[in-house]
Design a protein around this ligand. Structure first.
Ligand code: SAM
Length: 241
């Protein structure tokens, strides 16, 4: 997968070179490039923003540098899916991450100030799929943190990126439930034992315990997720929890 990120703070995206994402890039699974929007400015101050038309607080990002950035980065025959972080966008979730993980080329446009001139998005929609995407119902300074989160969530679903693909199947949001709590060694820590069943070696009982815990946790923290599950997703044993 190719990923381009356009931002006025390229250094903000440096963590993408660390850890599993960096290793996936080293192994050729991801071709990641971060671009400074100011590359496409032409004045001495490298200006990317201006006052809002119609007045009001804050600044809006001018359209020209964005237009030139897309002209430089987009191959018209094979346009990317453009993702524009915005608190006014559709809420990012695991199902969107799964969909994005199948795509060939993602491009992110990081807004700052009061966001990007709307005409940039309208123009881009003529040639590519554009999705305004929100990390949640709160307002950040800029799109960079959203890009870090989205790129992590998406790239770990690309086959080969995670060492153990089984962990994807079991984790929260994969089957509509939150994952059961995890434990490791030592068997007792500060008088707190690991639940007996997890040390029993009885695989069926362990699986049932984990399923029960997942159901209880989801009911406690995310009753909306439980309510949204189709009838067939819950067995008789599940309903008895
Ligand atoms: N004026 C905008 C509004 O009220 O919708 C908020 C602009 S915000 C201060 C600046 C930039 O941060 C946005 O253009 C967007 O890129 C990013 N941003 C802020 N909150 C976000 C969120 N919840 N999800 C994704 N991106 C966000």
């Amino acid at each position: 997968m190719r990923i381009d990120v356009v931002t006025v703070f390229p250094e903000y995206l440096a963590p993408l070179n660390l850890s599993l994402i960096g290793r996936a890039a080293d192994r050729g699974l991801i071709d990641l490039a971060v671009h400074d929007l100011r590359t496409w400015t032409h004045d001495v101050h490298r200006t990317v923003d201006d006052s809002p038309a119609g007045g009001g607080a804050g600044m809006i990002m001018r359209p020209e540098p964005w237009g030139e950035a897309f002209d430089a980065l987009v191959e018209p025959a094979t346009p990317p899916h453009l993702l524009v972080p915005s608190p006014a966008g559709v809420r990012f979730d695991q199902s969107m991450a799964r969909d994005l993980a199948t795509q060939r080329h993602l491009m992110f446009a990081c807004g700052r100030y009061e966001g990007i001139d709307q005409r940039v998005l309208d123009e881009a929609r003529q040639t590519m799929t554009v999705t305004e995407v929100s990390l949640g119902d709160y307002v950040l300074f800029g799109g960079e943190v959203a890009v870090l989160a989205i790129v992590e969530a998406v790239t770990r679903l690309i086959p080969g990126v995670l060492g153990n693909a089984e962990s994807l199947a079991e984790e929260s949001h994969n089957d509509g439930l939150l994952e059961a709590p995890g434990y490791t060694k030592p068997a007792v820590w500060r008088d707190r034992p690991v639940p007996d069943v997890l040390l029993s070696g009885h695989h069926a009982k362990i699986a049932r315990w984990r399923r029960d815990q997942a159901l209880l946790r989801t009911a406690q923290f995310r009753p909306d997720m439980l309510a949204g599950l189709p009838d067939e997703a819950l067995s008789k044993a599940d309903r008895a929890v």
